[in-house]
Each structure stands twice: as structure tokens, then as C-alpha cells.
Design a protein around this ligand. Structure first.
Ligand code: 5AD
Ligand code: SF4
Length: 425
């Protein structure tokens, strides 16, 4: 989401005649697009801002420093007093105002802050500067209404708003015409797409429209909230040839008590039932998830339920995080915040468990033939790399001109993070 916001800001700048600098140190303008989902992301930003501010004051160079994204939204004007080198502060729903802000900053010579949130943002056509040429992100909705008690997103990205389907399809058609082959539809909770739209359109209906876009051969989407994963959506994934057999379905915890405290509005049994339905409909569905360890009050037994759930589901991959205290959120006020060491220990345990599961899941692919969209040279010398429909990296030997094409690869070896194989004739 955040990276795509950066593409959009770059799109606006390029339309104004800016060109990308080789590095931040050479630039006339630097935009730090920030994330505040966890404290670590925030700390990374402050150290980079400090570095740039130092560079600016030391060299006396005329460089404009802008802060965008969720920390911009969270801190607003406060960023200016904290770091006098900051010239612009722009919230995630104010991106379309970037040109006007630059103009205002140049004319006035004083800092400009825009964090009110543009009420029409979801209806604006914002250009995006994409460099990949094959795989593109397309936003379909902004914001989130779920208010999971640990999460800052609803406070910073605002209420859920869906982009009109015609704008999404037009953007996807344009990408298809430019030679893009894969689109990932983006939203905090794509399954509830369509709320408040003038013309009714549900997420499964949007997928059906995407299926008809020429040139785009693969459709993915993130993120799905387990509670909103409807039978209609499962049917669409099963029936639509371009929709890939891969889903990110964040569970967060395996303990019902913790899930309730998190306000996730499902139990582990309901979640497992959804997974069962998905796998019944689409047997080779790859499933990934997000896990938070050390949520306030998480007992050893609660944590054991998470470990148990990981073993039961056997995810293809997981993203696991230590619970991090976030401003505004309800979880801040819950009793039983855990010591850092406990969180670290639990994180290490889930990662260790998953490493074995990921390896086993990948080894199940050995001998199979996978359709791979070739992305180019792999980091390992002399090989090409691409992704399977299940979104696994697959490496193989082949000629460079295959970039951008779909090839069949027979899988011969597997590691926890990737597959390797041979190009089929
Ligand atoms: N602490 C730790 N992880 C968090 N996430 C969201 N908020 C927090 C937090 N306060 C994780 C969730 C979510 C992913 C994007 O980030 O697992 O699914
Ligand atoms: Fe945050 Fe929950 Fe919304 Fe995801 S669904 S963005 S975790 S509030």
C-alpha cells in the first residue's frame, strides 16, 4: 500500500517534469513516505530524517524535505517543530494535493501541511510511476473500518472508501495495453469492497470485471479479512481463470480470548472453517498469514493455541510481528503488556516452527510443473526467476529474452523461501 502511494507521488512529480535522482543525497526534493504500523518503522523514519536534515544543514543545499504517509498523518504540524528541516507534511489521503503543495511551498517559502484528508481522494485519477513493466499494484479502496484494537490504520488512513469500478478497470486496461501481465488489487480489507459506491459492485463482481481485461493474465489481491471472506468470493477464486490460487488471510492469533480482545470478530474455529472451505473449493490454494505475538495479556496457553493453529493450517508462509504499542489504539489500555524478552522468545518460536512448515510445503511441489511469469535474472547467478501462481519464487536456467513470458517449470528442488526447477520444452 505504502509503496504504491510512493509510485503515485512519483507519478504526480513526473507529470510536473521532475526526474528521479540517482540517490537522496543528489535530489532537489526528497519525500520520505512513512509507515507507522509498528514502532520499528517509525524509528527507521526518524533516523533517516535526522540523516537528511543533517545533510541539508551541513551542505547548505536547497533541498526540499517532505514527509508523507502515516507518520505525517499521525504527527502533522508537530513534525515541523521537531525537525525544522521539514518543508512539507502530507497525509496518505492528501497525495493528490502534492503539486499544489509544492507550488505553495515555493511561493511562500514556509512549510506546508496537508493532513485533513481529501474527501474526494477515492474518486481522483492519480497517475502512478511504475517501473516493473510486468506486475502492478492498483488501489481499489482506502482506509479501514475494522478497528482491530492493536492497529493504528483506521485512525490514520480514515474510513473505508471504495474507488469506482470503472476507474479501476480503466487503470487495469491501461496497464494491459502497456504490457503489464499481473495486477494486485490493493486495499486494507478488499473483501468489503463496494461499500458506499453509487453503482453497486461487490469484490467478487469486481474480480469478474477484471477477468475480462485484455493483457492482464494474473489477478491477485491483498488484504482479505477472514470475517468477510464470503462464499461468493471463494466461488470467484475457483471460477475465474486469471485469479491466482494464493491468498493472504491474516489470522493474528490462534487463541479465541486474544482474538476477542483484538476485536477480530471471528473465532479460531470459524477461521479454520473458512480455510477448509477455501481448500475444498481450490485444492492447491497457497495461504499466507500475519501473526502478532505478545498481545497484551497473551498467556503461555494463548500462545500455544497460535502454535497449534500454525501446525493445523500449514501456511505457505507467515509474516510474524511482536505486538507494538500504537497511539490511539484500544490495546494500549489493556492490562498485561508483556516484556520485550517474552515477545522475542515467542516470535523466535513461531518463526522456527514455520520455517519447517514452509520447507515441507515447498517440497510438496517437487515433481510438479508450475506456470511461472518470468521476471528476469535471479540473484543467484546465471538463473532466471519468476513467480508461480501460488506466488512462490521459482528459479531456473533459461534465456534472458523469456522475461515477461509465461513458461512451464518442472520443480526439482525446494528451500523454505523458493523453488528451483527446469524449463519444460
Ligand atoms: N503490533 C504488531 N503488529 C501489528 N500489525 C498491525 N498493527 C500491529 C501492532 N500494533 C500487523 C498485523 C497486520 C500487519 C499488516 O501488521 O499483523 O496484519
Ligand atoms: Fe488494521 Fe484490522 Fe483494518 Fe487490518 S483490518 S488495517 S489490522 S484495523
Amino acid at each position: 500500500m505504502n509503496e504504491h502511494d510512493s509510485e503515485r507521488m512519483a507519478g504526480i512529480l513526473e507529470a510536473q517534469g521532475f526526474i528521479p535522482a540517482a540517490s537522496a543525497d543528489d535530489a532537489e526534493m526528497v519525500i520520505l513516505n512513512t509507515c507507522s504500523i509498528r514502532d520499528k518503522a517509525e524509528q527507521k523514519f526518524y533516523s533517516e530524517l535526522g540523516r537528511l536534515a543533517h545533510l541539508k544543514s551541513r551542505s547548505g543545499k536547497e533541498v526540499t524535505i517532505a514527509v508523507a504517509g502515516c507518520i505525517a498523518q499521525q504527527e502533522g504540524e508537530k513534525l515541523l517543530s521537531r525537525t525544522p528541516s521539514v518543508d512539507m507534511v502530507i497525509g496518505p489521503s492528501d497525495i493528490a494535493r502534492l503539486s499544489a503543495m509544492i507550488e505553495k511551498n515555493r511561493n511562500s517559502g514556509t512549510p506546508v501541511v496537508e493532513t485533513d484528508g481529501d474527501p474526494e481522494y477515492h474518486q481522483r485519477l492519480v497517475p502512478a510511476s511504475r517501473s516493473d513493466g510486468l506486475k502492478a499494484w492498483v488501489s481499489i479502496m482506502y482506509g479501514c473500518d475494522n478497528f482491530c484494537t492493536y492497529c493504528v490504520v483506521p485512525y490514520l488512513r480514515g474510513r473505508e472508501r471504495s474507488r469506482p469500478p470503472r476507474d479501476i478497470i480503466a487503470e487495469a486496461r491501461g496497464l494491459g495495453e502497456q504490457g503489464y501481465r499481473e495486477v494486485t488489487l490493493l486495499g486494507q480489507n478488499v473483501n468489503s469492497y463496494g461499500k458506499g459506491l453509487e453503482d453497486d459492485c461487490t469484490f467478487p463482481e469486481l474480480l469478474r470485471m477484471m477477468q475480462d481485461v485484455d493483457g492482464i493474465e494474473r489477478i491477485r489481491f491483498v488484504t482479505s479479512h477472514p470475517r468477510d471472506l464470503s462464499d461468493a468470493l471463494i466461488g470467484a477464486i475457483r471460477d475465474l481463470a486469471k485469479v491466482c490460487e494464493s491468498i493472504h488471510l491474516p489470522v493474528q492469533s490462534g487463541a479465541d480470548r486474544v482474538l476477542a480482545l483484538m476485536n477480530r470478530r471471528y473465532t479460531s474455529a470459524e477461521y479454520l472453517d473458512t480455510v477448509r472451505k477455501l481448500r475444498n473449493a481450490v485444492p492447491d490454494m497457497a495461504i499466507t498469514t500475519d501473526i502478532i505475538v505478545g498481545f497484551p495479556g497473551e498467556t503461555a496457553d494463548d500462545f500455544a493455541c497460535t502454535m497449534q493453529l500454525l501446525q493445523e493450517v500449514e501456511y505457505d508462509n507467515i509474516f510474524a510481528f511482536k505486538y507494538s504499542q500504537r497511539p490511539h489504539t484500544k490495546a494500549l489500555g489493556l492490562p498485561g503488556h508483556l516484556a520485550e524478552e517474552v515477545k522475542e522468545e515467542r516470535l523466535a518460536q513461531v518463526l522456527e516452527l514455520q520455517k519447517g512448515i514452509s520447507l515441507r510445503k515447498n517440497e510438496q511441489h517437487i515433481g510438479s510443473v508450475q506456470e511461472v511469469l518470468v521476471e528476469g535474472a535471479s540473484k543467484k547467478g546465471g538463473m532466471l526467476t519468476g513467480r508461480t501462481r501460488g506466488n512462490k519464487a521459482a528459479n531456473f536456467i533459461g534465456p534472458a529474452h523469456l522475461r515477461g513470458s509465461f513458461v512451464d517449470v518442472r520443480i526439482t528442488t525446494a528451500g523454505p523461501n523458493s523453488l528451483s526447477g527446469e524449463l519444460c520444452e
